[in-house]
Design a binder for this molecule. Sequence first.
Ligand SMILES: Cc1cc2nc3c(=O)[nH]c(=O)nc-3n(C[C@H](O)[C@H](O)[C@H](O)COP(=O)(O)OP(=O)(O)OC[C@H]3O[C@@H](n4cnc5c(N)ncnc54)[C@H](O)[C@@H]3O)c2cc1C
Length: 302
Amino acid sequence: MDTTPDPTTPHDVVIVGGSVAGLSAALVLGRARLRVAVVDAGHPVNEGVAHSHGFLTNDGAPPADLVARGRAEVAAYGVDLVDDAVTGVRRADDGTFVVARAGGPDLVGRRLVLATGMRIPLPELPGLDEVWGGDAASCPFCHGWEARDRPIGVLGDPAGVAHLAGLLTQWSDDVVAFLPDGAEGAPPGVVVDHREPTRVVVEDGHVRGVEVAGGDVVAREALFVGAWPGPASSLAADLGCEVNDGGFPVTTDEGLTSVPGLWAVGNAVTMARGLVESAASGSVAARMVVVDLVQERLATPA
Ligand SMILES: Cc1cc2nc3c(=O)[nH]c(=O)nc-3n(C[C@H](O)[C@H](O)[C@H](O)COP(=O)(O)OP(=O)(O)OC[C@H]3O[C@@H](n4cnc5c(N)ncnc54)[C@H](O)[C@@H]3O)c2cc1C
């Protein structure tokens, strides 16, 4: 479904990113009778993941189903769904946001919501991409249950590995952290292996172990990757938003950035959100966008 809108009429709100955060914002905005466009490139951070967990009433649902259902729900309120990549945004003299996209004319929004998600820098380890989103993940709250009581390996960025390995002792007594020599912070209850991982051993789509320098294989059945994600898009920074050390835009609790009229939601703001928190942040921000637009209208002489 691509309901490409008439570009000649400005939208009240343009949302960049149409996964759980962006669509949750669109649902509130559409139901508030605003003219809304959602532009989405179709590559969420959980792309290809078979099952997601922890979203009450949707536990175990394929994430692609959540998005498909969300798209149908917002379309029912007249939201324009545009399947495209946004290539840049600029602020026009009248304060509107001019949104350039790869496959069609610019869109114009009186307000802009960035729901562009995050990017996880995975280590370049042969085999990892075959099991990523299956036996390998990064979030114990999302996939720890599936790894319970199994042999778990933790690898990736050393600072992330130490933290993650300690957390994973909540789910399994058999946690091996792959940390370079001299790395500090190995938590109690975690076995540290200082040898460098060279390959994930995969059989029938499942993790069987981690091959380390020298050729030994450490038998493991689940992997968690310590990593420090960054924003998937530079649009917030390009628009002059204040950003934090991780490159994410700084926002109020409601998602308003330092640029008036510009909100950011979901993982576009922080890695510390899963599906339900990202959806909630989109919903909260959308309410504030409605309030902002109504206040502007009421303050404008007829
Ligand atoms: C392997 C894995 C498993 C996970 N499992 C779970 C789980 O079980 N439970 C859970 O709660 N969470 C899980 N998560 C986290 C969850 O996927 C994210 O928190 C959630 O998807 C964030 O939603 P979002 O809408 O902010 O961003 P995303 O879902 O990442 O969506 C961002 C969207 O913006 C689009 N976009 C980006 N830039 C542009 C652009 N320039 N133009 C147009 N579109 C653009 C992207 O294509 C994408 O569709 C998992 C994550 C991973 C990596």
